[in-house]
Design a protein around this ligand. Structure first.
Ligand code: AMP
Length: 395
């Protein structure tokens, strides 16, 4: 079976054509600048091409993707009929969805009703589903949610300490995100630990970052909240701060709610503090040259992760394994080193040599006498989406 995995953003569309039974990736790519001019980066048959396309909307983007997959030098399938199902990444499933579902009118109506919870992401995700249902009417579509995995959190973790009726009336609560990644990585960690009962902390550190505490494979706490802004310091997002900063900014700078949202989501985080870049590699380079702001940025970012690890260990009543994943977690040994520094009192001991090794494989990087395992586990969100899709449609 071949599943087309789609991740629709406001002006972009990531795609991957995958066999969910073998995890073989036939082709992968990204449509960028949809509605502006349109570019497709396509990787298939061992090489990468970048081409310009007319893409006034996501519909033309998906049509172009189907065309690239089925025609020309980089074709990987003979026709659209070789695609058996489409798996869609959906950012927000609210409280409606605690697992992946086959898309129908009811699912779309529910997702439309919670657009206010994810105004930037859900409209694009819904649009992607509507287009593939129109273009490939006989193929099943599956929605896989970033939030669903965290629906196992107890109320004591997901409630905010605000008047209860606002949770009931407006759904103001913590939902958590990166669910497919936390699921995949914790599942791989559980295999490495080889025990059923487990206490695992996953640090998904990329452009967007979140930590998840898992008991016996289930999410019990996570750092992102109502939206993906809460928690860790990210590329351009502030993460946790005193909510009064919002009203203070509105008073002092005359900012509107939308402007503050933009400021905290797009202008803060690594970029805002360092003034250099949202890309950690550039911040590290400047820190190595002695740039004070870059040094402070890295300290702030790694201390925040450390605080979450320590507090989640307390919530779990101990920890068997800490996992690092995503762009920063998989590649930045400096970050892993700083996060684990001074946590020896908790039985967390990094092996510096193992930590310095670069590899695309899942690996253990703790010292032999560490009570807690420390793993680097490359995430694979597309595989989870393709696999969930396969499980739902195989019958
Ligand atoms: P992701 O969102 O998972 O693709 O992660 C993207 C982020 O990973 C980039 O913004 C980089 O800051 C970071 N990254 C990737 N490679 C490295 C590296 N070798 N060292 C530090 N950061 C890295």
């Amino acid at each position: 079976m071949l599943v087309l995995v789609l991740n629709s953003g406001s002006s972009s569309l990531k795609y991957q054509l995958m066999n969910p039974q073998t995890a073989e990736v036939k082709a992968t790519g990204l449509c960028e600048r949809i509605g502006i001019d349109g570019k497709i980066v396509h990787i298939a048959n061992g090489h990468k091409t970048k081409t310009d396309h007319n893409m006034p909307s996501h519909k033309e983007a998906i049509l172009n993707v189907i065309n690239i997959l089925t025609h020309g030098d980089d074709k990987v399938i003979n026709s659209i009929d070789d695609i058996q199902a489409i798996g869609h990444r959906v950012v927000h499933g609210g409280e409606f969805f605690d697992k992946s579902v086959i898309v129908d009118e009811d699912v779309i109506a529910k997702l439309e009703s919670i657009i206010p919870l994810a105004p930037l992401h859900n409209p694009a995700n819904i649009m992607g589903m509507k287009i593939t249902r129109e273009l490939m009417p006989t193929k099943p579509n599956v929605a896989v949610f970033d939030t669903a995995f965290h629906q196992t959190m107890p109320a004591s973790s997901f409630m905010y300490a605000i008047p209860y009726e606002d949770y009931k009336d407006f759904g103001i609560r913590k939902y958590g995100f990166h669910g497919t990644s936390h699921y995949y990585v914790s599942n791989e960690a559980q295999k490495l630990l080889n025990k059923e009962e487990s206490k695992i902390i996953v640090c998904h550190l990329g452009n967007g970052s979140s930590v998840c505490a898992l008991k016996d494979g289930k999410s019990v706490e996570t750092s992102m909240g109502l939206t993906p802004l809460e928690g860790l310091i990210m590329g351009t997002r502030s993460g946790d701060l005193d909510p009064t900063v919002v009203t203070f900014l509105m008073e002092k700078k005359g900012m509107t709610g939308d402007e503050v949202n933009n400021y905290l989501n797009k202008k803060s985080g690594l970029l805002g503090v360092s003034g250099i870049s949202s890309d950690l590699r550039e911040v590290i380079e400047e820190a190595e040259e002695g740039n004070e702001r870059a040094i402070i940025t890295i300290e702030m970012m790694t201390n925040r992760i450390k605080k979450y690890i320590a507090s989640y260990s307390a919530i779990l009543g101990g920890v068997d394994a800490i996992c690092f994943t995503a762009g920063i977690g998989e590649n930045a040994n400096l970050v892993r080193e700083k996060v684990c520094e001074n946590l020896e009192f908790m039985g967390i001991k990094l092996d510096d040599e193992k930590n310095a090794i670069r590899s695309g494989e899942a690996r253990e990087i703790n010292s032999d006498d560490s009570k807690v395992k420390i793993y680097v586990i490359p995430t694979n969100e597309e595989y989870v989406i393709a696999h969930d899709t396969y499980e739902l449609v195989k019958g």
